[in-house]
Design a protein around this ligand. Structure first.
Ligand code: MTE
Ligand code: MO
Length: 464
């Protein structure tokens, strides 16, 4: 829950439409978007208190995601074991209503609670109607929906299952995912309050030890459990701030393999002209050096894209040559790691065409895209990102020089920006100046596979 709030704080707006146009959100933790200057999505992120978010500071979504995915994987594993135990015994009968009488039963229980004339506790044998509905909803509706709405936010899932549009759009999924957070918090508060007020010692023995008496053993378990949670709660943020690389690598160890499964090349959801978003958030720091400025004022006439590394035929392609290449057009949804999305039409040569010209050697596994631009802090070096060679053969992986039918605007990465629709936004390098084919990316930067992977602790694999 805490890492989820941190993720929300990175784009603290929720919408019921796929465009993320400021002003159309139904919920936000931030004022209106300033219109008198460039306002990037990163400018828009907010901080949380360190005890609430993990790790609280602004734009720490890279670290929060490792917590979120790792904790969720363990939570889901726990759920799978719970399902197996439920259905391999008769215990499921306690949770799954099998007759409509559950509704009148729940209503009469609710009236008893409301009149403060609590029904006699009988949970050792059977749950009352309200309990059954609450437990059933939590275990069989809320939890699976949380998993589903989490996955629906991922570019790869949307591409694979063509769910990017309509009810399954990422922004609807974010809203439902947030609603489920509210549900789980309310459930915990109400449930714990009921455990306390309807015979604490006996209830805790039911829950923790499976015995039906009022001995203090269950309470000891409960206090021990709360103690562990409290220590973990207090330690999570300081630990994350002190050892971010450990959090990144531990998270990758726990969840990287699962993410890798989603990274196979599959179709991409394409949209139509009328789906194009009127507003498209932006991110990144414009290139600042003089040589780029000169290229820009001359309309990129002097621009040459360098293609090299482990290739049979190293190339230098001029802007004119690139414009003359067969142009692929696609209308796709961009998925920023922060949570916003936007639909745009992109046009430019397919990467498969570049591959055909440059002819990568057999040992090549990765492709590095170098930007003209620095990261947010100049001292950290050039923005770059590494992609899988296999993704470069996908028909929707292009070097875009057009956006929505016009030459690519400077802010969106002119002269060229990558589109790999199977990955998140931060991998779509803008202001591309060079492409290098490599066998391994360990020697580049800090060896994590890209600028944000090095400096923001993002995962190299970003299909989710
Ligand atoms: N060179 C460079 N490319 C970059 C970035 C950046 O900071 N520098 N930001 C990335 C991120 S996080 C996103 S979401 C997209 C945003 O693209 P847009 O500004 O066209 O919306 O660009 C990506 N490419
Ligand atoms: Mo992003």
């Amino acid at each position: 829950m805490r890492s989820g709030l941190q993720i929300l704080a990175d784009h603290p707006r929720l919408y019921l439409n796929g465009d993320c146009t400021p002003g159309t959100e139904w919920f936000r933790l931030r004022g209106p978007v300033p219109t008198d200057r460039v306002w990037t999505a990163k400018d828009d992120s907010v901080a949380l208190p360190g005890w609430l978010g993990i790790p609280g500071i602004r734009h720490s979504i890279g670290l929060a995601r490792w917590w979120h995915f790792s904790a969720d994987t363990l939570w889901l594993l726990n759920g799978v074991i719970f399902y197996i135990l439920l259905f391999s015994t008769e215990q499921w009968r306690r949770l799954v209503p099998v007759s409509w009488s559950i509704f009148p039963h729940a209503l009469s229980t609710a009236i008893q609670y409301a009149s403060l004339n609590f029904p006699a506790p009988a949970g050792w044998h059977d749950y009352n109607g309200l309990q059954m509905i609450a437990y059933f909803t939590t275990v069989f509706v809320a939890a699976p929906t949380a998993l589903l709405t989490g996955l629906l936010q991922a570019p790869f899932i949307a591409a694979r299952f063509r769910t990017a549009k309509g009810l399954f759009n990422r922004q609807i999924a974010r809203t439902i995912h947030f609603g489920l957070l509210l549900y789980f918090v309310s459930f915990v508060v109400i449930h714990v309050a009921m455990v306390f007020s309807t015979g604490l010692l006996t209830n805790l023995n039911h829950i923790t030890r499976g015995v039906n008496d009022a001995s203090p053993g269950g309470l000891v378990f409960f206090i021990f459990g709360l103690g562990v949670i409290l220590v973990a709660w207090l330690a999570a943020t300081p630990f994350t701030l002190r050892y971010p690389r450990v959090v990144q690598h531990a998270g990758r160890f726990l969840t990287g393999g699962i993410k890798g499964l989603f990274e196979r090349v599959r179709p991409v959801a394409e949209f139509t002209e009328k789906d194009i978003s009127p507003y498209f958030w932006t991110n990144g720091t414009l290139p600042t050096d003089e040589s780029f400025r000169k290229l820009h004022v001359e309309g990129f006439a002097g621009f040459k894209l360098r293609v090299g590394g482990l290739v049979e035929n190293p190339l230098e392609l001029s802007y004119q040559e690139i414009l003359a290449m067969p142009r692929h057009e696609q209308i796709t949804q961009h998925y920023c790691i922060q949570g916003w999305s936007g639909i745009a039409k992109w046009g430019g040569p397919q990467m498969s065409e570049i591959l055909r010209l440059a002819r990568p050697k057999p040992e090549v596994r990765f492709v590095v895209f170098y930007s003209f631009a620095h990261g947010p802090r100049v001292g950290d070096g050039l923005y770059y990102d590494v992609h899988k060679l296999a993704h470069m053969e996908h028909p929707n992986t292009i070097l875009a020089h057009e956006m929505n039918g016009k030459p690519l605007p400077l802010l969106n990465g002119a002269p060229l920006r990558l589109r790999n629709e199977l990955e998140l936004g931060f991998k779509q390098v803008k202001w591309v100046q060079a492409i290098e084919f490599v066998e391994s990316f360990r020697e580049f930067g800090s060896g994590e596979g890209g600028f944000n992977e090095d400096h923001e602790f993002f995962g190299y694999r970003a299909p989710i």
